[in-house]
Design a protein around this ligand. Structure first.
Ligand code: GLU
Length: 310
């Protein structure tokens, strides 16, 4: 039996020794103010337990990790018709590339880069106001995490909007190409707020259980998404979840995962656990430096890599 509490304590102790912690995102002041010495990790297993270490109860800005929840909702609304508007291939370009979008006629490479996630937000906006779409996203995440206290951070959302010129460029280009069905400002009003959702590692690990347990929060519990949808989101996390570091993450960690510039990573060990880590310092490709290291250690100590081995 794997001793998860002891493993997490060991990992947190090892991370506390790290002096090179990466660079905290500074494109908005709210993120640049976060203490780089923070580190938290939480593991939610199928028996309903959540084991954690470090700063696992502190909320952080989940940023692009939100994209896996919105994608799940969009697939529930539109089904396979989503794939006419967004692809399923790794981009090999930075998460906010405009050049690629123009070459691809306004169809983003995948739903986990910004342009793709903006299309997904647009799908969630159909027949709704931005407020209703944001409520639907929050309702879904709260239900998955069994925690009604989860919300978005208004100051982060405002700053995202105030500085979101590149996201506006992507959205307007896609509107011109016919791939956004609403006023770009309305779609972005959803996107900026979903990025600003604040969650702790414990909350995020619980929210991710649906991907680990074929759509359920645990074996025998109610189905939140279909097993097929969970499998598809996992496959996209594996191939596209870590920006330009997705190949390296699959190589070193071997788990589907999604990172965000707030320093959070959600990783999935199918059938075994949903894992959330957070450390605000980022590596050169924008993924949490210590978060990635911690997941490498965890995968090695548990043998959870989907590719087998230790
Ligand atoms: N709000 C950020 C943006 O759209 C999210 C970036 C990220 O976490 O990848 O630029």
């Amino acid at each position: 039996m794997t001793d998860i509490p002891a493993i997490l304590e060991d990992i947190a102790a090892a991370m506390a020794q790290e002096t090179e912690r990466g660079r905290v995102a500074d494109y908005i002041p709210e993120l640049s103010k976060v203490d780089p010495s923070r580190f938290g990790i939480a593991v939610a297993t199928g028996d309903g337990r959540v084991v954690s270490a470090g700063d696992a109860a502190l909320p952080f800005s989940i940023q692009s990790v939100s994209k896996v929840f919105t994608l799940s909702l969009a697939l529930g609304r539109l089904g396979d018709a989503c794939w006419a508007r967004v692809g399923r291939e790794p981009s090999g370009d930075p998460f906010n590339s405009i050049v690629q979008l123009e070459a691809d006629d306004g169809i983003p490479r995948n739903p986990l880069i910004n342009a793709g996630a903006i299309v997904v937000s647009d799908i969630l906006l159909a027949e709704r106001t931005p407020e209703e779409a944001v409520s639907a996203i929050l309702g879904f995440v709260r239900q998955a995490a069994e925690d009604d206290g989860i919300d978005f951070d208004g100051a982060v959302a405002t700053s995202e909007s105030d500085t979101g010129y590149r996201n506006r460029a992507l959205a307007h280009f896609m509107r011109a190409a016919g791939n956004l069905h609403h006023d770009p400002e309305e779609t972005l009003a959803v996107y900026f707020r979903q990025c600003a959702i604040a969650m702790s590692c414990e909350q995020l690990a619980k929210a991710g259980r649906m991907f680990a347990f074929a759509g359920h929060t645990g074996p025998g519990s109610a189905e939140l998404i279909t097993p097929a949808r969970a499998r598809r989101v996992n496959s996209l996390m594996m191939t596209c979840g870590h920006y330009d570091g997705s190949g390296e993450f699959a190589f070193e960690v071997g788990l589907p995962g999604k990172s965000g510039v707030g320093g959070g990573i959600l990783a999935i060990a199918p059938g075994k656990a949903s894992i959330a880590v957070w450390s605000p310092g980022l590596n050169a490709v924008g993924n949490s430096r210590l978060g990635t290291m911690a997941l490498e250690l965890l995968a090695r100590k548990t043998g959870w890599s989907v590719f087998g081995g230790m």
